[in-house]
Design a protein around this ligand. Sequence first.
Ligand code: PMV
Length: 328
Amino acid sequence: MSEATARAFPNIALVKYWGKRDARLILPAAGSLSLTLDAFPTTTTVRLDPDAATDSFTLNGAPGAEVPTQRVTRFLDVVRELAGSTSHARVDSLSEIPTDAGLASSAAGFAALAVAASAAYGLDLDASALSRLARRGSGSAARSIVAGLAVWHAGDDAQSYAEGVDGPELRMVILTLDRSAKRVSSREAMVRTAATSPFYTGWVTSTASTLEEALAACRAGDFTALGLLTELHALRMHALIQSADPPIRYLKPASIAAFDRVEELRAAGLECYATADAGPNVVVIAKPDDAAQVADELAVLGEARVVGPGPGATLIADAVGPTRGAAG
Ligand code: PMV
């Protein structure tokens, strides 16, 4: 096959990934746990073009910016090496993440690209090999290969992939509080944190044990234990990031207010727990029956949208962009 299209969804971590032990292979310093969502997919078509001198990349119909295009090319270099190919490709991507939703697009983006590119270049990869490949584009993309709850293992290149885990039924409320672009990318911030925070070693060792406890909570179907660990781990990650030199602060007053509100809702008997990625927006986990009420309660703070567990990355039939032969 010289053309393939795939779709993938973003994921939100309950046990966070923050820090690499190998930047080239994107091996995480510790494992992590996430939920792949059922909203905001990215759909990507990869078409091999043996006559092209370079790769090309469009996002939502417009030529990709320089840095994302370089990341796509570097990723395709990994695929070409695996496939023993020198052919360049045209990559057309459609992201349904509203640019101002405050959700990272790289996880869905590189998971879709991994599935589409490996098929277009004729590689026959199983789920763990696809997850290892997606990891090379963006660490968190390893988890978007997998449906629902996913654990991404630390370890060497062969060991570091994501796989599905069973756990309690849950929903996420995406609370959009601040629509401005973040000032420091997670990639750069991770490097700075690892290089300068006196707490980094403690973070790595404690994350490994938090992950074990979270997996035990999943096995037991224990929503409460998983929720408590999720909130604890998010606050630890943000404390760690703030301890970098120079410090980085992603949480804004509105984010802190959301964490406070979640604590109040719990005290009032509505069980929910907050987390936040490398930005000011907050994601709240709730039981399926409570999610709509939690979203209602949080809507005074910002736009609140309930999302659920979604599918892993898959090949689909509908191509993005011009069909072959029609390309200009
Ligand atoms: O994969 P990256 O480089 O986008 O890093 C993701 C980092 C966090 O979203 C903050 C945590 C996580 O585990 O997703």
